[in-house]
Design a protein around this ligand. Structure first.
Ligand code: ATP
Length: 357
């Protein structure tokens, strides 16, 4: 295959089973050079298996892996320009930071001077100069993570695989390292393929997120796409806090869908498909997209309701609002500040995505 486009990784119909467990079902995907792509999904959906196949640690049952247009499906890890950062970093405890970074280069055909120059460059780039003579147990979690990254970047791989590398960090440090990692990726211009089951992490760092479910791609898009235009119930529930509104389609045209929800008329938007009149559909409405009004709002969707539950969350309060004439019609929303129990709720139809399943 010639490589005239910007594709650096082409996963071409990869399948993999372990006994009766199907880990991957004909996975197809292309990744562009310089992209930060995150594989997101629940435990067991096939994220690590994909990573291991890309790294050459696992053979697929069918399909091919192409790197820069070259079929590497049957090449061992050391013959691919791919490197991996593991969750536990796998640093050598008896080696200094400097030796941890230079170790992989010593196995290559490089002179001592070339190795020293490359190590210096990486330690400076990752702000690790001051720690070059320390051992891993003399470093913080975030510093260890940067050493693991320096070591993985040292041989100048085309693709860097990161398997939940922030899993061992506490929440505060994790948020800081997420920003750092994204910045490092941007500055190196390298292609990062990152695996996580944490949706916040995926939204924070990625140019593109691939949501996996049971060995298949559920949706592939930018963080904004997945958040604002989920295509399935699975994606809507996996990313963000959402209301799921189910009802019968009264009318659908040009992506605008009128739904009968417990006798109330609400309007949502469908993307890439048009549901039929009479069809039962589910629409996703993010909690923070619901607005509160003291009288009926003039535009968008409007329903009257009563707050039946409040949970204080610090910067905001999560509320359950009973709407319409039936006890089961509940909308969840966030409020900051005081609101009375009797309210009008309003939201823009563009913020309610009608789902395809
Ligand atoms: P996690 O987030 O828990 O790491 P994952 O999405 O990375 O999950 P994989 O590790 O890719 O999932 O596993 C996909 C499926 O394949 C799971 O059902 C898993 O149990 C199974 N599996 C993976 N590796 C093996 C193996 N070596 N032997 C048997 N089954 C395996």
């Amino acid at each position: 295959m010639s490589n005239t486009d910007n594709t650096i990784v082409h996963i071409d119909g990869i399948s993999k089973s372990f006994g009766k467990t199907v880990a991957l079902q004909k996975l197809d995907m292309k990744i562009n050079a310089g992209e930060f792509v995150t594989f997101l999904g629940p435990s067991g959906c096939g994220k690590s298996t994909t990573l291991r196949i890309l790294g050459g640690f696992e053979r697929p049952d069918g399909g091919r892996v192409l790197l820069s247009g070259k079929d590497v499906t049957h090449l061992p890890p050391n013959k691919r320009k791919v490197n991996m950062v593991f969750q536990d970093y796998a640093l050598f405890p008896h080696m200094t930071v400097m030796r941890n970074v230079s170790f992989g280069l010593e196995l290559k055909r490089m002179t001592k001077d070339q190795i020293a120059a490359r190590v210096d460059e990486l330690l400076s780039f990752l702000e690790l100069d001051a720690f070059r003579d320390r051992f891993p147990d003399q470093l913080s979690g975030g510093q260890r993570q940067r050493v693991a990254l320096a070591r993985a970047l040292a041989p100048d791989p085309e693709l860097l695989l990161l398997d939940e590398p922030l899993g061992a960090l506490d929440a505060r440090l994790r948020a800081q390292v997420q920003v750092e990692l994204k910045d490092i990726q941007r500055r190196t211009g390298k292609t990062f393929f990152f695996v996580t089951h944490d949706q916040d992490e995926a939204l924070t760092m990625s140019d593109r997120i691939v949501v996996m479910n049971q060995g298949r791609v559920e949706q592939d898009g930018t963080p904004e796409d997945l958040y604002l235009r989920p295509k399935s119930r699975f994606v809507a529930e996996f990313i963000g806090d959402t209301n799921l509104i189910s009802g019968e389609v009264k009318h659908a045209k040009d992506g605008k869908v009128d739904i009968d929800w417990f006798g109330m008329n609400v309007q949502g938007r469908s993307f890439d498909y048009t549901p039929r009149t009479g069809e039962l559909v589910t629409a996703a409405l993010r909690l923070e997209k619901v607005g509160f009004y003291d009288k009926k709002p003039e535009t968008g969707n409007a329903v009257q309701g009563k707050i039946v539950n409040r949970v204080f969350k610090g910067s905001r309060t999560a509320v359950d609002v009973r709407v319409g004439d039936v006890n089961t019609a509940i909308l969840k929303a966030y409020v900051d500040g005081d609101v009375p129990d009797d309210v009008w709720l309003g939201w823009d139809s563009a913020n309610m995505a009608v789902l395809q399943d």
